[in-house]
Design a protein around this ligand. Structure first.
Ligand code: P1T
Length: 406
């Protein structure tokens, strides 16, 4: 049973997995065999070679396909594919494009995505890339489209400035022009935001973050509900070889089982901390999609929400677990603050059970050209906080002690 009609809190635990038919094992076994026996040349039980087919990876792929609302009926993964990292997933999606194709990307992206686009694929694949602030609405996007535009790539909320993209508007523009639309859904997760339901063609994830959830695995995912794109992505993944290992597939699948619970706590903690930070005298600005002061507050409510039948509207707004702040000061103050946190770890990455904090300009977004960083506000006084699921009182106390030191 695929549990596709069950609520998402049930799907995170059951979707894509059945007890092992031979042993009855409730968790999918970690299937390490690199190859599978054939009765006669070309006659096998659906598994030929582990780069191409792997039962543990398939279980993860079916699980995320169910969470993002994909169901490609004739595909063994139902529209999901698991990659060796988020960047491997991104790189393989770019392989859908041909030399000379034009890609329009949101202007704020994870630094590594910007690096892959501008410093690798522009040269090696001959892609033409336009970075666009899509918060200004669909008109600017329409104007940027040329007859060579083949893909639109967004993150929402963006990393690290937490800007939002109107998913419905972008998907409609893309569909009207026959352009493939891709949303990196790493920050929101399918618990809060399901881009396919807004009309997007492909969802990408760094599974290293909330899906894995425990900072102990690096992985990536793509999900699509278009059979043609799934077939092509599967072909490209098998050709390039950018697969997730069976053990890492198992770890992500294990992490996903508690995704609903974890996201609930990430959101509750982050909401409280964002409200507290907004009042703090050492903070000049806070961005968090759950704050009434977020410049796109109405869009936040339309894009990101819990599906909650108990609530009359069926939707309860949710801001996610990421907060970006600008401190009162410059690089010296940021350094002192980041060196002073004790419970919260100064480290790249996000989405784990433990709280992490970082300095985008020096760390995750160092590869973004300085003028682009300045335009986006990725300044020396900006810090990005990934709020974990610890006691919120302990997190607030840690932040307050660190503020005292600057
Ligand atoms: O690190 P990897 O699993 O390869 O994922 C890349 C990636 C893709 N998309 C988004 C939105 C991301 O945030 C990332 C990775 N980001 C970090 C490591 C970071 O600290 O922001």
């Amino acid at each position: 049973m695929e549990h596709t009609n069950a609520r998402i809190e049930t799907r995170v635990i059951h979707a894509g997995q059945q007890p092992d038919p031979i042993t009855g094992a409730v968790m999918p076994p970690v299937s390490l065999s690199s190859t599978y026996i054939q009765k006669s040349p070309g006659q096998h039980a659906g598994y030929e070679y582990s780069r191409s087919h792997n039962p543990t990876r398939y279980a993860l792929e079916r699980s995320v396909a169910a969470l993002e609302g994909a169901h490609v009926a004739d595909d063994p993964s139902h529209g999901g594919l698991a990659f060796s990292s988020g960047m491997a997933a991104t790189g393989t999606v770019l392989e859908l494009l041909s030399a000379g194709d034009h890609l329009i990307a949101m202007d704020d992206l994870y630094g590594g995505t910007n690096r892959l686009f501008s410093q690798v694929r522009q040269r090696s694949q001959g892609l033409m890339i336009t970075y666009l602030d899509m918060t200004s609405g669909p008109d600017a996007l329409e104007q940027a489209i040329t007859d060579r535009t083949k893909m639109i790539w967004v993150e929402t909320p963006t990393n690290p400035t937490l800007k939002l993209v109107d998913l419905t508007a972008v998907a409609q523009v893309a569909a009207r022009h026959g352009i493939i639309s891709v949303c990196d859904n790493t920050f929101a997760t399918p618990m809060l935001q399901r881009p396919l339901a807004f009309g997007f063609d492909i969802v990408a994830h760094s599974a290293t973050k909330y899906l894995g959830g425990h900072s102990d695995v690096v992985g990536g995912l793509t999900i699509t509900n278009r059979p043609d794109l799934q077939q092509r992505l599967r072909f490209l993944q098998n050709s390039v070889g950018s697969i997730l290992s069976p053990f890492d597939s198992y770890l992500v699948l294990r992490g996903i089982k508690t995704l609903a619970l974890r996201m609930q706590r990430h959101c509750e903690n982050a909401q409280q901390i964002a409200e507290w930070l907004e009042q703090h005298p050492r903070v000049t600005r806070v961005t968090y999609p759950g704050l009434p002061s977020h410049p796109q507050r109405d869009l936040a409510r339309r894009n990101m929400f819990w599906v909650d039948e108990a609530d009359g509207t069926g939707r309860r707004p949710a801001g996610g677990g990421m907060i970006t702040i600008w401190l009162d000061g410059g690089l010296d103050e940021s350094r002192r603050f980041l060196e002073a946190v004790k419970l919260i770890s100064l480290a790249e990455s996000l989405g784990g059970v433990e709280s992490l904090i970082e300095h985008p300009a020096i760390m995750t977004h160092a590869s973004v050209p300085p003028d682009q960083r300045r335009t986006l506000g990725i300044d020396d006084n900006m810090c990005r906080l990934s709020v974990g699921i610890e006691s919120v009182d302990d997190l607030l106390a840690d932040l307050e002690a660190a503020f005292k030191s600057i």
